[in-house]
Design a binder for this molecule. Sequence first.
Ligand code: ATP
Ligand code: MG
Length: 426
Amino acid sequence: MSSLQPVRGTHDLLPEEMRAFRHVVETGRGVAARYGFAEMATPIFEFSGVFARTLGDTSDIVTKEMYTFADRKGESLTLRPEGTAGIARAFISNGLANDLPFKVFYAGPMFRYERPQKGRQRQFHQIGVELLGVSEPQADVEVIAAGRHIIDALGIKGNVTLEINTLGDTESREAYRGALVAFLSGRIAELSADSRERLERNPLRILDSKDEGDRAVIADAPLLGDFLNPASRAFYDDLKNGLMDIGLDFVENPRLVRGLDYYGHTAFEFTTDALGAQGTVMAGGRYDGLIKTMGGPATPGVGWAAGVERLSMLLAEAPAAERPVAMIPAGNDAVIRREATILTERLRRAGFCVDLAFSGNMGKRMKRANKVAAKVAVILGEDERLARAVTLRDLDSGEQTTVSLDRMEETLRGLFAGGGDAFGGI
Ligand code: ATP
Ligand code: MG
């Protein structure tokens, strides 16, 4: 494989894609801020134990998907496959448990060794929120509302449905576990090798299998919802009532589980019908056991993560780049070229985006102005130079006028503000 190829499952974000990508991240960041989530960042690699311990040694991520390597001292490190474990580690190592609730937003690259396909890469990006320190379902409602708000603000294609379920508390899951194992044991021959292996260690995980044979068995399995104790049922009712209070539509999916070990009570996903098999754009839930599992003080938590690439692909309209000013020196005369450079810098300092056509005849330079979608061309020829002036051409209307240099910025501002008579009074 040529070393000039990007690594399989990785992807260059060329400027246009990057714009859509940034729009997703910035919208997420902005909306999350309104809900009181402050941004933080953790390293993109951690000691492998951070993930192995928290994600559980039967998860797909830990068993198949992690990029784990020994550093030069032989320390086992892992490129983060997801964001929550690192945030939880940071919460503990920075001693943040005294100032609750702890509410953060994050954005960044994640790494999983998966089979690449549309909407599934080996390096991808997530935005996410975590809310630590609140055990009431009100926190779940807030976290879900922030997610819905971001999806709405992005205006993404297709119908995006909120699916919810409850995994109950530990006692309920234990009760269910017995019934599930009994059922699955009866149909063990139909299960995949992976699932047979999980039957003892983590039967709930089988419910999240993507294997078709497994899925057929799972369709007949008993439902966790029938094993909830009163406290778990009350929690779930409060969640649903809370969502209804603020007008958030949802669909209950009794078979929805999260692929990770540390979830309990709330599990949810936002799915779209516009992305084929990779239809989940945002997924999350409650993880009250996580911080304690990692060795920190028992602290409840709830959060979600969303795939930035998947959301970017679904933008109904990618935001346009800011329209620049095109600086067009008329001719290749060295004096004019210098003057054009000086004016370009002056305009940039005044806050304008300016594209300077470095060379070529007038036609070629106008073509370039078109290509970068310039709003106005600033034309500087010998006549203008001698008159200490420039010619401004509104590239939308074709209208143009010559203004003295001391009125250049002011006139440009008028044109950008869209004033029909920006040339008036000249
Ligand atoms: P899936 O069932 O699709 O494998 P998952 O359960 O592994 O998803 P999470 O760990 O919940 O996904 O990640 C949250 C979100 O991150 C997903 O809903 C998806 O939008 C995105 N995501 C996960 N893995 C990838 C990937 N390999 N490439 C692109 N986006 C991804
Ligand atoms: Mg996955």
